[in-house]
Ligand binder design. Structure first.
Ligand SMILES: [Zn+2]
Length: 329
């Protein structure tokens, strides 16, 4: 009897002990969960550089740095190696230092900036920050018919050093090349007779003088009842018999009659430039003759397709009709 009593007491004590252990363990775990967060030791290049309680947040920030999100203009960044994380649950004296870890990991990182070089004939000339700006420069040079428009290119650049950027306007003003033969403008003399359309004359390497003084009755390109097409030249009315002077020195390549032009003269001045004189009453030069500027070559008349005495003057460059008023009058 006594023997069984002792066994029963022993079992009770054992159960009490087990319950106590379970309660204690539960309290410890609860305490740990309340007072400690899972903390990671962070190693970088095998060196302990700190502790973090926000492993994923910290790593996301580092990833963002590598993807170029840390600074404007940075395309991506490279770091020596990735940090490593080791869980250390029960360290009491841990102070997490995410900012320091981030700084340590990124301080020796290499940042690559993205920008765009504008090239002329494959040579990098100027730099802009965005592709949109680069495209603007190219399209505007095309629009302005810059001579180098087909040599201009865009190259995407990645560099650890940032370049000095130019504005779209600066790029255009530095890269624009005006079409060759008509680049420079020379001031013309103004006239008492004619109010010129523009006081600026185009330089074709030859300066033309007025073959006659008179009133402009039909401008280049104008459409009138007398003809269905745009006017090929400039008409200057003057009394019949008025002497016509050569606009510049050259060689007479045509001197004869044409049903439209009447008695006509063509003088070639070199550089592909020709002047044409129509409706003359008299021709005073012959084909092959060289003439000097101002030399009288014919007289004003109304021969050919004409309604009254006038000089029909044409300027042709490489066979292409030009507005004579760009050069004379
Ligand atoms: Zn005419």
């Amino acid at each position: 009897m006594n023997h069984f009593k002792r066994i029963a007491m022993h079992i009770r004590t054992t159960i009490k002990f087990i319950v106590l252990v379970i309660i204690s363990a539960f309290l410890i775990v609860t305490a740990v969960a309340v007072f400690y967060k899972p903390t990671y030791a962070v190693y970088f290049n095998d060196e302990l550089i700190g502790y973090t309680e926000n492993k994923s947040e910290l790593q996301a920030k580092i990833n963002q740095y590598m993807e170029g999100g840390s600074k404007d203009g940075v395309a991506f960044a490279q770091i020596d190696s990735m940090p490593e994380y080791a869980l250390c649950l029960l360290k009491k004296d841990i102070i997490s230092n995410d900012d320091e870890i981030y700084a340590t990991v990124t301080q020796n990182g290499t940042e690559y900036y993205r920008y765009y070089a504008i090239t002329d004939d494959k040579e990098e000339k100027l730099y802009v920050k965005t592709f949109e700006e680069a495209e603007k420069v190219v399209s505007q040079l095309k629009e302005k018919n810059s001579v180098n428009k087909n040599d201009i290119g865009i190259v995407e650049k990645y560099d650890t050093q940032i370049k000095e950027f130019a504005s779209v306007e600066t790029c255009i003003s530095k890269l624009y090349e005006a079409p060759k033969p008509k680049v420079t403008y020379v001031a013309s003399t103004s006239s008492g007779y004619v109010s010129g359309m523009s006081s600026q004359k185009v330089n074709i390497g030859i300066s033309l003088i007025r073959p006659i003084s008179g009133v402009i009755t039909s401008r280049f390109g104008s459409r009138e009842s007398i003809r269905s097409y745009g006017h090929r030249g400039l008409d200057i009315a003057a009394p019949a018999g008025t002497p016509i002077k050569a606009a510049a020195s050259g060689t007479v390549t045509t001197s004869g009659y044409n049903s439209s032009y009447g008695n006509m003269i063509i003088i070639s001045h070199g550089n592909g430039v020709q002047t044409v004189y129509g409706h003359c009453s008299q021709l005073l030069v012959s084909v092959g003759q060289t003439v000097s500027q101002g030399q009288v070559i014919g007289k004003v008349g109304s021969t050919g397709h004409s309604t009254g005495p006038h000089l029909h003057l044409e300027v042709r460059i490489n066979g292409v009709l030009q507005n004579p008023q760009n050069y004379v009058y």
